[in-house]
Design a protein around this ligand. Structure first.
Ligand code: FMN
Length: 198
């Protein structure tokens, strides 16, 4: 089993980093492989350059793809399951992760596929895990949970994943109150991954 984690948080002092450590423990217990794209640690370029836009914006697929993007494609092609882990910032993922989608979902690979170009394989399970300051009840009440889910699952994961799910680990402003229940959710993930990927 190959798990790819696209992780986007700048600080190891964060709660989101703790969640990453819990996730690692779950995967190690199962003896699965885990590759992590730690976008801040990699100093991943999230802005699309004018040169890249020549290819992406005008669908000039004969132009070459940046090597860091090709490397992300390689990781995707090896994965059975991709987990996106990040904190909710202004009701979305950090710009770093948004930039990962902008650049890694290159034309011809992730959309507008063509017979002469490598295309993204269908991943068995896509899991979005985000930590959020607001409690889940509030995010549901104001419709924000649904909005975030629509954007991540319907657009960004879309048809590229056979099974997909979003878990909002909410209420982190009152961390003492939610930490244990979050832990239980993470510990149970191995069963879901087995169900969809084995
Ligand atoms: C710039 C910024 C924007 C944030 N926007 C939101 C938001 O829109 N909704 C929300 O529930 N929490 C928001 N938060 C709170 C984070 O989601 C919270 O800090 C995170 O769940 C856990 O923090 P940590 O991993 O950084 O320790 C925001 C935090 C920051 C720093």
């Amino acid at each position: 089993m190959n798990i790819l984690v696209i992780y986007s948080h700048p600080s190891q002092k964060s709660y989101t980093f703790q969640v990453l450590q819990q996730l690692k423990t779950v995967v190690e217990k199962e003896n699965w492989n885990m590759e992590i794209s730690d976008l801040y640690a990699m100093n991943f370029q999230s802005d699309m350059s004018a040169e890249e836009y020549e290819r992406e914006g005008f669908a000039k697929t004969e132009l070459s793809i940046a090597s860091d993007v090709v490397e992300e494609h390689r990781k995707i092609e090896q994965a059975d399951c991709i987990i996106f882990l990040y904190p909710v910032w202004w009701s979305d993922c950090p710009a770093k992760l948004k930039g990962w989608f902008d650049r890694v979902y290159s034309v011809g690979y992730a959309y507008k596929q063509q017979p002469n170009l490598p295309k993204m394989k269908t991943i068995k399970y896509g899991l979005v895990i985000c930590t959020a300051g607001h409690p889940n009840e509030f995010l549901n009440e104001i419709g924000m949970a649904q909005s975030m889910q629509t954007i991540m699952l319907e657009d960004r994961l879309g048809m590229r994943f056979e099974h997909k799910e979003m878990i909002i680990l909410g209420g982190t402003l009152d961390i003492e109150n939610v930490q244990e229940s979050h832990k239980v959710v993470i510990e149970r993930l191995a069963n879901k991954i087995k169900e969809y990927c084995l």
